[in-house]
Design a protein around this ligand. Sequence first.
Ligand code: 8X3
Length: 259
Amino acid sequence: MTAAAPSAASPIAVVTGASSGIGAATARRLAAEGYRVVLTARRKDRIEALAEELNAAGYAAAAYALDVTERGAVDAFATAFKTVGVLVNNAGGALGADPVATGDPDDWRRMYETNVLGTLNVTQALLPALTASGDGTVVVVSSTAGLATYEGGAGYVAAKHAEHVLAETLRLEIVGTPVRVIEIAPGMVKTDEFALTRFDGDKEKAAKVYEGVADPLTAEDVADTIGWAVTRPSHVNIDLLVVRPRAQASNTKVHREKR
Ligand code: 8X3
């Protein structure tokens, strides 16, 4: 990838959940596209290390520890910015894969809080700065779970459907302002933490998700679609981009090689 040297005039890109996986890969990608990237996540050590790595490589990056579910902290964070070019709402994730009959309401609540209210908090707080930039982009990293359900997925699917609705509605409401809303809906992505978090650290269960799948998407694949979408000319709005591995035809139709 060609490095674009950032300057004080380069637009700022804020990435939530930038400590690992799709968020970290997106921060790297947007830095390489010439944005001054602001990495946020709860895990300060991780985002500081990534910011340091990016700065050492000649990019411009800053780290800000933030829990997107804490509205007061999000509002305080937002006061640091007069203008923001891109906001990538990536923080979120799945907890559990139980059927509706036995799902843990606490998991459902936490998923709604991180995926939906987290996106709402950061988007509301930064919308004035995105608008003030004269050319802002809100990216919502939802999921194919936001478009169709699957057994054992209801809690996550419900949260992702809500996030999808947030993106669709926001696009309707702010049309005519200089801010576009892009939704990226990834299918099966193999990252270090997504499945592990979902199954509460159970490595065997996490590994089963990708068992026999030739090439699940990587975090970099998704970052690549985000990088492409946000660098289209300003008048081009990629409303919704669904991205899956070739081996996955739907949420429930996955080709697995026999071992
Ligand atoms: C991740 C896709 O299939 O695990 O958002 O719900 S899935």
